[in-house]
Design a protein around this ligand. Structure first.
Ligand code: UGA
Ligand code: MN
Length: 349
């Protein structure tokens, strides 16, 4: 069987299973509504949520068994889709789509960062990359890099005005970064995504390190999914605080822990339909330091109760807020002073 056929076969099996078991579960007269709700969650969400209450031991065992099979099939579809041609998947994938938004700007390490990030994203099935350059116009460097990935993408630009740009001697944390670029991507999504499309929105900065698992974790999020982020906020890890019932009840952070959502941009994803239903949800330059995430998320969830903990109840780190050193280019500066040609004359680095 070809890869494409296998994907279709696994998907058809999954749909058939869901359809076959549905009648059995919903015809159970005891607590029917609750079971149906739980099931509709389980059909859509393989990891979140608790096991239904008040079921007979046999019904419970059957429920768990069915969940295990659905999970295994979803995993199999992800793995099969990983090997499929990206362009085809855009049309035929059975997985909810991940829209990953990346602001980026010109600097010596830009190509290295984008190469590393693109080589991760290329391994993620059914992901559409929205990349927004902080520049007056789109660059050849980014356009060529995107074309080489063979993956579905949208290339935009939106320039940060000088008043909001960090000055050469200014501390990097003095002004927010990526605000107008993310908003340009959000406007593109609102204009181009079909309202009934299944998926999630995720902000993937160009300098972080991502495990493929973070994408598996976010794909089935129904509201706002959250998880730990490594190497951020002056800590080894910042993470959502999850209670014994599997509910998010706060944030395990040291820096500014009273923020409504004390979480880094890399630590959450928003369901696509929920995103599309709240056109006001965007970022703002004029917010307190560290409040970008809270400013955005307040539009989508009003209490922590609605937030979905992922990554095994927020016990696993699948993304790191790595920051790349600005390479010391002293010899390059010397060449310039001596009116000699730069080392990268005629070569893209
Ligand atoms: C932290 C968060 O991880 C960011 O997501 C958040 O935007 C930032 O705080 C904030 O408070 O504004 P940090 O790692 O220090 O950020 O930010 P950067 O990685 O320097 O920038 C975030 C993104 O914006 C990156 O993808 C970067 O390429 C882009 N950026 C940065 C621009 O598009 N223009 C700039 O002038 C600077
Ligand atoms: Mn960063």
């Amino acid at each position: 069987m070809t890869k494409n056929k296998k994907v279709v076969f696994a998907g058809a099996t999954l749909l058939l299973m869901v359809w076959c078991t549905k009648g059995y579960w919903t015809s159970d007269g005891n607590g029917r509504e609750r079971v149906r709700d739980r099931l509709s969650m389980a059909y859509n969400d393989d990891r979140g949520g608790a096991i239904p209450v008040n079921l007979s031991p046999e019904a419970q065992a059957a429920f768990e068994q069915r969940e295990r099979i659905i999970n295994a099939l979803k995993l199999e579809i992800s793995q099969l889709e990983r090997g499929c041609p990206k362009k085809k998947l855009e049309k035929y994938s059975l997985l909810p789509k991940i829209y990953a938004i990346t602001p980026t700007y010109k600097r010596p390490v830009q190509k290295a960062e984008l190469t590393r990030l693109s080589h991760t994203l290329m391994l993620v099935p059914n992901l559409h990359w929205v990349i927004v350059e902080d520049a007056e116009k789109k660059s050849e460097l980014v356009a060529n890099l995107l074309a080489r990935t063979g993956m579905p993408y949208t290339h935009l630009h939106a320039v940060t005005p000088a008043t909001w740009k960090i000055k050469p001697k200014e501390a990097w944390y003095n002004k927010p970064r990526g605000v107008l670029q993310r908003n340009a991507a959000l406007a593109w999504l609102r204009a181009n995504v079909k309202p009934d499309e299944e998926g999630v929105v995720y902000f993937a900065d160009d300098d972080n390190a991502y495990s493929l698992e973070v994408f598996d974790e976010m794909r089935y999020v129904k509201t706002v999914g959250v998880w730990p982020v490594g190497l951020v906020g002056g800590l080894m890890v910042e993470r959502p605080k999850v209670n014994a019932e599997g509910k998010v009840v706060g944030w395990l952070t040291v820096w500014s822990p009273n923020r409504p959502f004390a979480i880094d941009m890399a630590g959450f994803a928003v369901n696509l339909k929920l995103f599309m239903s709240k056109p006001e949800g965007k970022f703002k330059n004029e917010v307190q330091k560290g409040y970008q995430e809270s400013e955005f998320l307040r539009h989508f969830v009003t209490s922590l109760d609605e937030v979905e903990p992922r990554a095994d109840n927020c016990t696993k780190v699948n993304v790191w807020h790595t920051r790349t050193e600005n390479p010391p280019l002293r010899e390059e500066i010397r060449l310039k002073k001596e009116a000699k040609p730069p080392s990268d004359l005629g070569i893209e680095v």
